[in-house]
Design a protein around this ligand. Structure first.
Ligand code: AMP
Length: 504
């Protein structure tokens, strides 16, 4: 049997009459509609020249058609490459030049500016907008609703997702049909997902979280999703009464907590709130539980590996941890220098292995060899430890580790102490070049509205709680921390901005 993910998500669904997607304006698509519309789209893509193994790049707004484009691409044997709608033409030139897609789909409004980029890469340029318009939508409408799904093996590529790349060039992570299917199955089982679930889908779909975790798990379960174009906290609270699951980045939960409508009653029919893509503050976890009665389930994963670790559905969801390794996924903690397992409980590099782990970086064999060991373990770049109960704690990105005066300083430990101080909303601790120390621990702090901005207050509190070498040399106050669209704090931007703070 073919292992094409399309067959597994849609083609073999138990109930074709069930609703798969409810769109922004109330339009509802059943699994039968997804089957027919993806067939039309797949026929249109084939006519445009897409052949098995070819890439299809898409820089389009979130819509039901965007989901259908993803399904049609994999159904036709193509490799789906979604791109952040915020990327500029200069950034797009890199991705399109690197991936060399056979087809490039963009919004009609961007066609003229992207035309030369598509032409240089030899890609056919077609358009699709969020309201069902564009040349590809027209071609699909005129195509047959019958399409025989192209047979694919588990090891064939289904998607190419570029990593957010906070340092250096973005790398294309090659994900196979088998990678995506295995992770969707694992998450469905881990989170007790079933046909009666209704997901509030408010994440972007150019990222692993919104495209694979949210969309694949929902379709695999025969469940439905309410597709929102963007995050709208009041709207989400309004939808909770007829939904069961929300998947979000931590910023979603912080913003929802600011809404007066968020109450125990408003969220009473929800069964699960999931958070990931960036660390959820223990404080947010606690406030959420106090306000709604639900404990957020935090999980951990990344573009290259899909999801690896999750707090349990049944059992304790521990704030500040990402939970236990998922079924079939091995997690080990190693010394970043030697690659040897650390003593139980110690901090080190998180490495993961399992059917979810990608095939390698697109056209970067050296980088692949550096990060993906011969024995199948992927070196995640995240530092963490495993506690006595087996829960994984992430202490930060390896590249965010600060080495000050020869001592390792883990930013997360200091951030947690600062965030607990009265009058502080949140903080980011970074290392900046310093003549004596090599790197100086520096705290960038967001104070609460109207709170006194007093570095001495912060330092005074920290002195009682942290070893001297961990204390920030300086505290800088800012209105907000720079974040990317997935809610991750962009420490590289802070390091650039304050590069000269110690006047080296
Ligand atoms: P991406 O490839 O964009 O999904 O980013 C993956 C990275 O996000 C991981 O390597 C982690 O550094 C971070 N990340 C994802 N989930 C979590 C989490 N629950 N807690 C802390 N960091 C996370």
């Amino acid at each position: 049997m073919s292992e094409n993910i399309f067959d597994i998500l849609v083609g073999s669904t138990a109930d074709f009459s069930a609703i798969a997607i409810e769109a922004e304006h109330g339009e509802r698509l059943s699994y039968a509609d997804l089957n027919a519309q993806s067939a039309r789209m797949a026929n249109a893509l084939f006519a445009l020249g897409l052949r098995p193994g070819d890439r299809l790049a898409a820089q389009i707004d979130k819509s039901t058609d965007a989901i259908i484009l993803y399904l049609a691409t994999v159904r036709a044997g193509g490799v789906f490459l979604p791109l952040n709608t915020a990327y500029t033409p200069a950034e797009m030139a890199y991705f399109i030049g690197d991936a060399e897609p056979a087809i490039f789909v963009c919004d009609p409004a961007r066609r003229d500016v992207l035309e030369p980029i598509a032409a240089a890469a030899g890609a056919a340029l077609v358009t699709l907008d969020a309201d069902g318009g564009g040349s590809l939508a027209e071609a699909a409408a005129a195509s047959s609703a019958e399409f025989e799904t192209v047979a694919r093996a588990a090891d064939d590529l289904a998607a190419l997702l570029y990593t957010s790349g906070t340092t250096g060039r973005s790398k294309g992570a090659m994900l196979t049909h088998g990678n995506l299917v295995s992770n969707a199955r694992t998450l469905r089982d881990a989170w007790h997902y079933g046909p009666t679930d209704i997901l509030i889908h408010a994440l972007p779909i150019f990222h692993t979280h919104g495209l694979f975790v949210a969309t694949n798990v929902t379709l695999l379960s025969g469940a439905s999703m309410i597709l929102l174009r963007k995050f709208d906290p009041a709207r989400i609270i309004g939808l909770m009464a007829r939904s069961t699951v929300l998947m979000g980045v931590p910023t979603f939960y912080v913003r929802l907590l600011d809404e007066p409508g968020l109450t125990r009653d408003a969220s009473a029919s929800m069964r699960l709130f999931i958070s990931g893509s960036a660390p959820l503050l223990a404080e947010t976890h606690k406030s959420w539980e106090a306000t709604t009665g639900h404990a957020i389930l935090e999980r951990y994963g990344m573009t290259e590996t899909n999801m690896n670790v999750s707090n349990p559905y049944i059992g304790e969801r521990v704030a500040g941890t990402v939970g236990l390794p998922l079924a079939g996924v091995e997690v080990r903690i190693t010394d970043p220098e030697t690659g040897v397992d650390v003593t139980a409980g110690e901090i080190g590099m998180i490495e993961v292995r399992g059917p979810n782990v990608f095939k390698g970086y697109w056209r970067m064999p050296e980088k692949t060899a550096e990060d993906l060991r011969d024995n199948g373990f992927f070196i995640t770049g995240d530092l963490g430890r495993i506690d006595e109960q087996g829960y994984v704690h992430i202490v930060g990105r390896g590249k965010d580790l600060i080495i000050s005066g020869g001592f390792n300083v883990y930013p997360k430990e200091i951030e947690a102490e600062i965030d607990a101080i009265d009058g502080v909303v949140e903080s980011a601790v970074i290392g900046l070049p310093h003549r004596d120390f090599g790197e100086a621990v520096t705290a960038v702090v967001v104070p609460k509205c109207g709170a006194k901005q007093d570095p001495e207050n912060i330092l005074g509190t920290l002195q009682q709680r942290l070893a001297r070498f961990k204390l920030p040399k300086k505290v800088v106050f800012v209105g907000e921390l720079p974040r990317n669209t997935m809610g991750k704090v962009q420490k590289n931007l802070l390091r650039d901005e304050y590069f000269d703070l110690y006047g080296n």
